[in-house]
Design a protein around this ligand. Structure first.
Ligand code: AKB
Length: 338
């Protein structure tokens, strides 16, 4: 008998760390985590960590031979800035890695006679605003607007959303008597800010980097202009959104890809918040043309009305609460503790 399990890829990454912690507190089923890196040692109990490569088909086959996977949180990805340096490698991980997992989830759904739930974090990178005038004109972008990503990462996210929809509607529909499709659900996240991990390879990283540098007492040169604006969200809300969408009854879901957001602010407004809590912070601006271009192509804000209507989404942390109650106290404690 295979053990029932939840699979989390990219588990040692930013979202992964927070999701594993949260799921391990509430889940009774076995949690199987997969990442190239080890997990932080405090995770144990009903978590089995596999240090390995998502692209390793033999490894995936071994996982499904041991576990009946019911839910997949597929978090592994190369983020936007990193992907611009190695676009083909990003395509391989972000698209081919996702495709392999979608196929696996489809086969498992068929085999179990019940859909495997496939949770996919997408991103504001799936959007592409042509210029700053249009960006200002459409401050709250809907899911179907401006789907013209300019980065490899954004193209990968948008295409994988479409693959997920394909696999949940059409895959082998003609071949099987009673096809059972996987249940694909995606969230388009804004820039995420965690108090416990420093992001790497993203373009929204200037926000969290400013904050972590200030808490460490280090100077920071922000790689975008003062007026650069995108939406952000504190990590606990990102986890709430993932878990809430995962639990939502399918009958309520009118779409498979939902925007979620919390607050939008410019780099300068971000700096001012940081300085309010860390008056000694030394933050300067040294814009990088390429990274600035990426941020300019992302929307200033998202319209998340559909998520609010269909599955009761609402962020718990607005800007004040994010900084005052989650980010600043936890980051301060983290660096004070060494
Ligand atoms: C990135 O900057 O690449 C990510 C994202 C916005 O998806 N944080």
């Amino acid at each position: 008998m295979r053990k029932k399990g939840i699979l989390i890829t990219g588990a040692a990454g930013e979202i992964g760390e927070a999701l594993v912690k949260s799921l391990s507190e509430q889940e009774e089923n076995q949690i199987v985590t997969l990442d190239l890196r080890p997990l932080t040692p405090e995770h144990s109990g009903h978590i089995t960590h596999i240090q390995g490569d998502l692209m390793d088909q033999a490894l995936l086959a071994r996982i499904v031979s041991e576990y009946e996977i019911q839910v997949i949180y597929h978090l592994a990805a190369l983020l936007s800035t990193r992907a611009e340096f190695t676009p083909e490698a990003a395509h391989q991980v972000n698209v081919e890695g996702t495709l392999g997992l979608l196929k696996l989830a489809s086969e498992q759904s068929q085999w179990r006679g019940e859909p495997v739930l496939f949770m996919f974090p997408s991103s504001i990178a799936a959007y592409g605003m042509p210029d700053l005038q249009v960006k200002a004109q459409y401050p709250h972008v809907r899911e179907w607007e401006w789907n013209y990503p300019t980065t490899m990462y954004g193209c990968n996210k948008l295409y994988c959303e479409m693959l997920g929809i394909y696999y949940s509607q059409h895959y082998r529909q003609l071949a099987a008597d009673k096809p059972v499709m996987l249940d694909f659900r995606a969230l388009r996240f804004p820039g995420l800010i965690s108090a416990f991990t420093v992001p790497s390879g993203g373009t929204s990283d200037y926000g969290p980097e400013m904050l972590h540098a200030a808490a460490k007492g280090e100077p920071y040169a922000c790689f975008v202009r003062q007026d650069a604006i995108i939406p952000f969200m504190a990590m606990p809300d990102a986890i709430t959104a993932l878990l809430k969408l995962a639990k939502a009854p399918s009958a309520n879901l009118k779409r498979r890809v939902y925007n979620v957001t919390s607050f939008s602010l410019t780099a300068e407004e971000f700096r001012q918040m940081v300085v309010r809590f860390f008056p000694q912070a030394q933050i300067s601006y040294k814009p990088d043309v390429k990274r600035q271009g990426i941020v300019d192509s992302w929307p200033a804000g998202l319209n998340d009305n559909d998520a609010r209507r269909d599955w009761g989404w609402a962020p718990d942390y607005d800007m004040e609460r994010s900084f005052g109650e989650y980010l600043v106290p936890n980051i301060t404690a983290r660096y004070r503790g060494g």
